[in-house]
Design a protein around this ligand. Structure first.
Ligand code: LMR
Length: 393
């Protein structure tokens, strides 16, 4: 049977982890996969996570199954974090999922059950795994214009025009904040204009919020979710706790859906739970209990907000640091979009050939599109990084 198979290519993002690890050069730099790093280049467990884990170890008395929807306390906390008070509680439900990817996968099956012929419109460009993940589940995907990779600005007019021409009932996948890969988000006014078209065309928002708290604040970053929740009858929201709680490998996320009324909400809830049972049966528990513990303890929650603000601040500082270094090393080139972007990512704005040369000649690793994870920059490596980039321009 397996003779029919050929080796699959390495994943464009995750493949870089191994490539970088196997590179013996001490000066190598990893700007690939989206994990936070400290000024020392580490991805430590957050202090609040350690504290919550200790409490769980001391008090947890069972590892029995918790059910397809996961931990009710986690779900309620994630719903509050996502929607604030923007939504009628009877119309919304949240389930725990194995990471943001797991929640996207469940959402894909839900869309296929509810509206199998709908197209999901994704930003051009979008996260490298959106199309394989959602397309692999069976959804039809098409791009809408989002970002001008030459001018490094949003293509807002083209986006609005394109959305205004979509068939009613199609879904639009939006990145709530820290757009991956560009790091360029619409302003609140621009989001309002996008929401106007969504409402007018009766499109279904499908929001991926993987970086809440990494752009401005927990509340500001949820602006479009809450704005839409007040205006549309139905929507889907996928959350990830990988980044803002640093729980990458524990696989913690949630899927929320808004329905027209309580009866519809309850029907969707039953469908979602039956979908979960057919994919992974029940979600992993540990990370979700950690999140629930933090979000339901005043002190831990306050400490988490501080750690989150530190991560956000470091990402901002590193953007400025690299832009300043590039001004010096490559004065004829404009990299100012680096500081206009938010969150972990932005494009450097170089060719695939230059990306390859940076890897081969300098041990600098980034995704082929020239997306960089700014958390990989430190005060120690920024000069070498800017010199290497300048040498390939
Ligand atoms: C990324 O875009 O680097 C992260 O979201 C990690 C991943 O799974 O691709």
């Amino acid at each position: 049977m397996f003779e029919t198979l050929q080796a699959a290519p390495p994943d464009a993002i995750l493949g870089l982890i191994t490539e970088h690890k196997n590179d013996p050069r001490p000066q190598k730099i990893d700007l690939g996969v989206g994990v936070f790093r400290t000024a020392e280049g580490e991805t430590p467990v957050l202090d609040v996570v350690k504290q919550a884990e200790q409490r769980i170890i001391d008090t947890q008395d069972s590892k029995a199954y918790i059910g397809t929807a996961g931990d009710p306390q986690f779900n309620a906390s994630m719903q509050a974090l996502t929607f604030g008070d923007s939504v009628d509680a009877d119309r919304v439900a949240t389930i725990q999922a194995p990471g943001g990817s797991g929640s996207l996968r469940v959402a894909a099956s839900l869309i296929l059950r509810a509206r199998p012929n709908a197209t999901v419109w994704v930003s051009d460009p979008t996260w490298g795994n959106h199309v394989p993940l959602l397309g692999g589940a069976g959804l039809t995907l098409e791009p809408y214009p989002y970002y001008d990779t030459d001018a490094h600005v949003l293509r807002l007019d083209a986006m609005l025009e394109s959305l205004a021409a979509l068939p009613r009932g199609d879904l639009v996948l939006l990145h709530a904040c820290c757009h991956n890969p560009s790091g360029m988000d619409p302003s609140e006014d621009e989001w309002r204009a996008i929401a106007d078209v969504i409402v007018e065309r009766e499109l279904v928002p499908f929001v991926d919020m993987a970086y809440q708290g990494f752009a401005h604040s927990l509340n500001d970053d949820a602006f479009i979710v809450r704005h839409l929740a007040e205006r549309v009858p139905e929507m889907l929201v996928c959350n990830s706790c990988s980044k803002n709680f640093g729980l990458y490998r524990d696989r913690v996320g949630s899927l929320s859906f808004l329905a027209a009324d309580k009866t519809a909400r309850d029907i969707v809830y039953s469908q979602v739970n039956s979908i979960v049972r057919t994919i992974y049966s029940v979600p992993p528990d540990h990370g979700a209990v950690v999140v629930a513990t933090i979000l339901n303890d005043k002190e831990l929650k306050a400490a988490w907000r501080v750690e989150l603000a530190e991560m956000r601040g470091r990402l901002r500082e590193m953007r400025v640091l690299l832009n300043d270094a590039l001004k010096e090393k490559a004065p004829d080139h404009d990299f100012s979009h680096l500081v206009r972007a938010r969150g972990m990512f932005c494009f450097l704005g170089i060719t695939q050939d230059q990306v390859n040369r940076l890897k081969k000649d300098y041990g600098v690793y980034m995704v082929g599109s020239s997306r960089i994870n700014t958390a990989g920059i430190t005060a120690h490596n920024v000069e070498y990084l800017a010199e290497s980039i300048a040498a390939t321009l």
